[in-house]
Design a protein. Structure first.
Length: 258
C-alpha cells in the first residue's frame, strides 16, 4: 500500500448486504479536514451532490497546510495564505450558491494535537454552524502514517460529543448542538455508500483548485499527468461503486443516533 494515497479506500471489508446507502440530503453539512484538500478527496462528490440538492456545505480545516510542498525554500506563510485561498475556491466550486462558511483553526501543519484546546474549538464550530451531518477522517484507519489525519479524525469524534452535551465547554456563548449523523471517510471498515455518479467532474474541479498541491499530492505537473490524476480519481470512484451497481461512489463509515 502507498503511505500517501489520499481519499477513498479500495478494499471495503463489510458484507455488502449490511451497507446503508444514500442518506437523505441534509439541510447542512460540516466537513472537517486536517489540511486544505482533504475534504475534497474524502467526500467532494457527496458534498457536491448534497449542495446541488439545497444543502449548505461548511468546511473546517484544522491546520495551515504549511508543510504541503516539496520546495524546501518555500515561504511557509505565503504557502499557508495561498492554501486558504485555494480552499475557499474549492468550497465555491463544490457547492456554488450553497457554499457555507470556510473556517481555519490554523494549527501548524504536522503538529496537530487532539487535546482539549482543539477539541473545544471544533465543538464550538459545530455549536455555531449547527450542521445536520458532520464528515471527517476515520481516526481508526489502520496503518495510517500522517498524524494530522489521525488527530483530525479524533477531533471530529470527540468534538461531536463535546458539542452535543450541554455540560462540556460551558463557557461557549452558544447552545449545545447534536448533529444527526457522522460520516467518516478513508474508513477502515466502510459500511455506507453514496452514489456520486453525476458529481465526479465537480469533485475533480474542486480538487484542481488546490494548485499548490499539483506537484506533491496530485503528481500532476503537466497536462498529461493532470489527465492521469483525473483518471485515477474517477477510476477509484468507479471501482467503489461497482459492487453497489453505481457508476461512481464514495464510501464511509456511518455513525448515527448521535
Ligand atoms: Zn491531509
Amino acid at each position: 500500500m502507498a503511505a500517501n494515497d489520499p481519499g477513498q479506500p479500495l478494499h471495503p471489508s463489510t458484507e455488502l448486504t449490511d451497507w446503508s446507502r444514500n442518506l437523505p440530503t441534509p439541510a447542512s453539512a460540516l466537513a472537517i479536514g486536517a489540511h486544505p484538500d482533504d475534504v475534497e478527496f474524502g467526500c467532494g462528490g457527496l458534498l457536491a451532490k448534497w449542495a446541488a440538492d439545497g444543502c449548505t456545505v461548511h468546511h473546517l480545516v484544522c491546520t495551515d497546510g504549511s508543510k504541503g510542498t516539496w520546495d524546501a525554500d518555500v515561504d511557509v506563510d505565503e504557502l499557508a495564505a495561498r492554501r486558504q485561498d485555494e480552499q475557499r475556491e474549492a468550497a465555491r466550486r463544490l457547492a456554488g450558491a450553497n457554499a457555507g462558511e470556510v473556517r481555519f483553526l490554523g494549527y501548524v501543519d504536522g503538529e496537530l494535537d487532539s487535546g482539549l484546546d482543539a477539541r473545544g474549538r471544533v465543538a464550538l464550530t459545530i455549536r455555531e454552524l449547527r450542521p445536520s451531518v458532520v464528515l471527517g477522517h476515520d481516526p481508526w484507519k489502520r496503518y495510517r502514517l500522517h498524524p494530522d489525519h489521525r488527530h483530525a479524525g479524533l477531533l471530529v469524534c470527540e468534538g461531536i460529543v463535546a458539542a452535543r452535551d450541554p455540560h462540556f465547554f460551558r463557557e461557549h456563548p452558544v447552545e449545545h448542538h447534536r448533529p444527526d449523523a457522522l460520516l467518516l471517510w478513508e474508513a477502515d471498515e466502510p459500511d455506507h455508500v453514496e452514489d456520486v455518479t453525476d458529481f465526479v467532474a465537480t469533485k475533480l474541479e474542486a480538487l484542481e483548485a488546490h494548485q499548490s498541491q499539483f506537484e506533491s499530492t496530485m503528481k500532476a505537473v503537466d497536462d498529461a499527468e493532470l489527465d492521469e490524476f483525473r483518471a485515477r480519481v474517477a477510476d477509484r470512484l468507479g471501482l467503489l461503486g461497482a459492487p453497489h451497481s453505481m457508476r461512481a461512489a464514495e464510501v464511509f463509515t456511518l455513525i448515527d443516533d448521535l
